[in-house]
Design a protein around this ligand. Structure first.
Ligand SMILES: [Zn+2]
Ligand SMILES: [Zn+2]
Length: 247
């Protein structure tokens, strides 16, 4: 019976592919897998691979031989914002060019290749989250934008881990945009914006946070603070891209 359903599914997929051929979400070139990037667009991104910090995923120059578990100075000093962080690519012209329309321009379809890249970025970790939680948006911002870009990225990641997507445990207060502030100003501005509404759904849980970009890590650090305060047992994070400062 399963075999028959599979064959029918394949047949219908082939018809759909013939009528609506898959195209690269960024440039429109023909691709073989729906929602995936064409080779040219794929190569424009600065994907993070090894060597990288085994804790926060900070990318080191490719020609360095740092052993099996290299660690950046921040993590070596025990100051990583979370228990583990991974990002798919570096924040640069290419990732900004995809992320801004995804976040502010309604290009939700970009979420497919972005979330796949994030799942790929987590491949070399052995984390086993109990829940996946998109970084919450303030209600006012959610009303203006009509969607939380982090939720769009988080849904396929929760599916990949086979765990629950938690959209309700944490609430975020509205604060004006953090734009071009320094790391310290960001940390001060974010302090106290998150509150755990339902500690029971957080207590004892290993939580994987999802966001589109990591700038200073202040958002992750503040979320971790309130989640741990409510009894979470571990807090990890994954983003599509991250700002990489020289260390
Ligand atoms: Zn393309
Ligand atoms: Zn690190």
């Amino acid at each position: 019976m399963n075999c028959v359903i599979k064959s029918v599914k394949n047949f219908l997929n082939n018809i759909c592919e013939f009528v609506f051929p898959s195209s690269c979400p960024l440039c429109g070139a023909r691709v073989s897998v729906h929602g995936e990037l064409c080779p040219d667009c794929w190569c424009a991104f600065n994907w993070i691979s090894n060597p990288k910090c085994c804790k926060c995923g900070y990318p080191f120059p490719a020609n360095l031989d740092l052993g099996a578990h290299p660690m950046c100075p921040t993590c070596a000093a025990g100051n990583c914002e979370l228990d583990l962080i991974r990002s798919a690519c570096v924040y640069d012209d290419a990732s900004r060019g995809a992320m801004l329309p995804f976040k502010h321009g309604g290009r939700i379809k970009y979420g497919r290749f972005m979330s796949r890249a994030m799942i790929w970025a987590l491949r070399d970790t052995d984390i086993r989250p109990d829940v996946v939680m998109p970084v919450p948006l303030a209600y006012l911002r959610l009303c203006r934008r009509s969607y939380n870009q982090a939720t769009i990225l988080a849904r396929p990641i929760a599916r990949a881990y086979g765990v629950r997507l938690d959209l309700n445990s944490v609430r975020r207060k509205y604060r004006p945009n953090m734009g071009h502030k320094s790391s310290r100003e960001r940390a001060e501005n974010i302090r106290g914006v998150f509150s755990v509404r339902t500690p029971d759904t957080v207590r004892g849980k290993k939580i994987l946070l999802v966001d589109d970009v990591m700038t200073s890590g202040a958002t992750f650090a503040e979320l971790r603070r309130v989640l741990m305060h409510s009894g979470a047992s571990a807090v990890y994070g994954v983003t599509f891209c991250r700002v990489v400062h020289a260390i």
